[in-house]
Design a protein around this ligand. Structure first.
Ligand SMILES: Cc1cc2nc3c(=O)[nH]c(=O)nc-3n(C[C@H](O)[C@H](O)[C@H](O)COP(=O)(O)OP(=O)(O)OC[C@H]3O[C@@H](n4cnc5c(N)ncnc54)[C@H](O)[C@@H]3O)c2cc1C
Length: 406
């Protein structure tokens, strides 16, 4: 091991977003059985987060599946998330704006209390970081930038902008879609642009969202209205409106009033008129997949290894599953006295996660292409397919259970 005179850890995690922070919470519970001590973890985050403001709604939300909810429970934060703000949704209505195709899902049909929860990203990050504050074996180093890396057979070290060197057996890259770790180690990716942008914001509508997630597929991209908890007469939802880039730019340039009118029309007034609109943000949509998730002493998780179209709200759910599986493999390795940075150990994580992530990406790609397709025969098949599927409760229920990770 190169002695750089720095601080020693077992694991360095780069990126304290939803995925990196959840990895820190789960790994903090893992012990080196032979030494009867918990893993020592450094969590490096480049951006100093804004203080959390309970009165402001984060325009970025995630549809948290039951499986992800369980992972967040294992992190010890689900209760706090519910206390802050989590909106369960009981039903889902999906329809094709270009035909009569329609399909609906309901939690009662599968004997579940809900289909999932809509949670603001900042609520998830805030509760995870609060949990990390009370963990003795996790050091949150923030804001900090990594200027250099060194790795050899036994360890990996990072040089921080404050001059410190940190050394560990394993580095987990959870630094998001534009991962600097992935770029530094020249991990190849396969990527392509959807030529779409997603507009996100929080809206108030005339009618209640009925704890239902509404998703309308239009030829220029899907529009989702995700239910936030109603507060008396205030009916709030969060929107993710994916549109061709040029259309998205025009929509972003509209006044709130004009944007609200367009949104009401495009959502076919499913919640009546849109009454108020918070600040809008737009994100270019790119599908990206790392060819390798692992190399000796390095594992990529979450958006650092894959980013997908938000149309089925699966992105961070895949990331939480990456973390769950990686931690399982590290626990297994420690139990056997193996080195947690060994590529053979990390390869087991890659083998278990890649097929699921690739399948989700292929499905999003197919759905997006299917719904923007214009030819009449395809529109007819789409409509027929949705209507038929809507009548097959058994198939429909299995599909929704799969999406919930049950
Ligand atoms: C419009 C839109 C809607 C979406 N809706 C959903 C949804 O409903 N459900 C769902 O599951 N997913 C959804 N997603 C996807 C989801 O947002 C991402 O999958 C998720 O944010 C990925 O989490 P992450 O922690 O891997 O990365 P990020 O959230 O990008 O976090 C990365 C963290 O690393 C930090 N960082 C970056 N570089 C460095 C560095 N060099 N050093 C240290 N720290 C660094 C960043 O500051 C950040 O804190 C949506 C995405 C978009 C664009």
């Amino acid at each position: 091991m190169t002695d750089l005179g720095g601080e020693d850890y077992d694991v360095i995690i780069v990126g304290a977003g939803m995925v990196g922070a959840s990895a820190a919470c789960l790994l903090a519970q893992v012990k080196y059985a032979s030494q009867n001590r918990a893993l020592k973890i450094a969590l490096i985050e480049s951006t100093a987060g804004k203080p959390f403001d309970n009165k402001v709604f984060d325009p970025r939300v995630a549809a948290v599946t039951e499986r992800s909810r369980q992972i967040l429970e294992s992190c010890g934060v689900w209760h706090n998330i519910e206390q802050l703000r989590a909106s369960p949704y009981l039903a889902m209505q999906v329809w094709d704006a270009e035909s009569t195709g329609r399909i609906d899902f309901n939690c009662h049909a599968i004997h579940q209390p809900n289909l999932g929860h809509i949670v603001e990203n900042s609520v998830i990050v805030q509760t995870l970081l609060t949990q990390i504050e009370i963990l003795d074996n996790v050091d949150l180093i923030c804001p900090a930038t990594i200027c250099d890396y060194q790795n050899d057979d036994q360890s990996i070290s990072v040089h921080l902008d404050d001059g410190r060197w940190l050394t560990a057996a394993l580095l987990i890259a959870a630094d998001g879609a534009n991962s600097k770790v992935r770029q530094h180690f020249e991990v190849e990716t396969k990527e392509w642009s959807y030529h779409q942008e997603a507009i996100v914001t929080t809206i108030e509508t005339q009618n209640s969202n009925q704890q239902t997630a509404w998703q309308c597929f239009t030829q220029k991209g899907p529009l989702a209205l995700l239910p936030l908890n109603d507060n008396g007469d205030l009916h709030r939802s969060s929107i993710v409106w994916s549109q061709e880039s040029a259309t998205a730019k025009s929509l972003m340039a509209l006044s709130d009033e004009q944007f609200g009118a367009e949104l009401s029309k495009s959502s076919e007034y499913c919640l009546g008129n849109v009454v108020t609109i918070d600040k809008r943000f737009s994100f270019p949509l790119i599908q990206r997949h790392a060819i390798d998730y692992v190399m000796p002493r390095i594992a990529l998780v979450g958006d650092a290894s894959h980013s997908i179209h938000p149309l089925a709200g699966q992105g961070v759910n895949l990331g939480f599953s990456d973390v769950e599986v990686l931690v399982e493999e590290l626990v297994r390795a420690l139990r056997r006295g193996n080195d947690i940075g060994d590529k053979l150990i990390l390869a087991r994580y890659q083998r278990r996660r890649k097929p699921d992530n690739l399948a989700a990406m292929a499905l999003m790609e197919a759905l997006n292409k299917l719904f923007i397709a214009d030819p009449l025969p395809l529109r007819f098949l789409r409509s027929l397919g949705m209507s038929r599927l809507n009548k097959f409760n058994a198939v429909k229920n299995e599909l929704i259970k799969l999406a919930m990770g049950l």
